[in-house]
Design a protein around this ligand. Structure first.
Ligand code: IMP
Length: 192
């Protein structure tokens, strides 16, 4: 049996760690994920891809990490708001939260409530290698009200298409099967 490959997931978000560990335990027996809570500066750029790439480049320039590593950046893109909050999702969540998003959407009906959740994973085999990006998306709509006790962030207002359930109404394992993060991370696993 070949030895397990060790990769480091760099994030200060424990919820993301929980999801990635759950998925790796279930689907990636030959990979061990280590967690490093290194707090890198997140640039405010217009594309989530650019934020993920620049963050990974920042980390490898600092040479802080000796093993293969990845970071990820995620965002909620509301179609009727031209993709807002997108790369500004963390800032907007901190300022207005889910209640604020529901207020912004109060005059939007049916198709106008469509939204996409997106994760971009940036993986570096070593500090010498430029990041490789893996993108995962999940389609859904902004719920009429906050629903569910699980998950984190925008999960209680993101209703996954065709299920009638918000991500916060799913278990971690159920969310991983269909989520933006699960899809992006699976692409990394396929690559590895
Ligand atoms: P970031 O990827 O940490 O920059 O996340 C941007 C914002 O989106 C933060 O407010 C997160 O809480 C939120 N967020 C990221 N991933 C998810 C998710 O899977 N579900 C719900 N909210 C998320």
């Amino acid at each position: 049996m070949s030895p397990k490959k060790e990769i480091v997931f760099i994030t200060t978000n424990e919820n993301k760690v929980k999801e990635i560990q759950d998925l790796a335990n279930a689907e990636a027996k030959n990979i061990t994920i280590e967690h490093l809570g290194y707090d890198y500066p997140e640039l405010q750029l217009e594309e989530i891809e650019s934020v993920a790439k620049e963050s990974a480049d920042y980390i490898r320039e600092k040479r802080a990490i000796k093993k293969p590593f990845f970071i990820e950046d995620s965002g909620l893109l509301i179609h009727a708001l031209n993709g807002f909050p997108g790369p500004f999702s963390a800032f907007v969540f901190d300022k207005i939260g889910n209640e604020g998003i529901l207020k912004l959407m109060s005059d939007k009906k049916g198709e106008e409530r469509k939204a996409t959740f997106k994760t971009v994973v940036a993986f570096c085999e070593s500090a010498k290698n430029a990041p490789i990006l893996f993108v995962g998306t999940a389609e859904g709509k902004i719920a009429e009200k906050i629903r569910g006790k699980g998950g984190f962030g925008y999960d209680p207002i993101f209703e996954f298409e065709g299920t009638g359930k918000t991500f916060a109404e799913l278990s971690t394992t159920e969310k991983n099967k269909i989520s933006h993060r699960g899809r992006a991370f699976r692409k990394l696993l396929d690559f590895l």
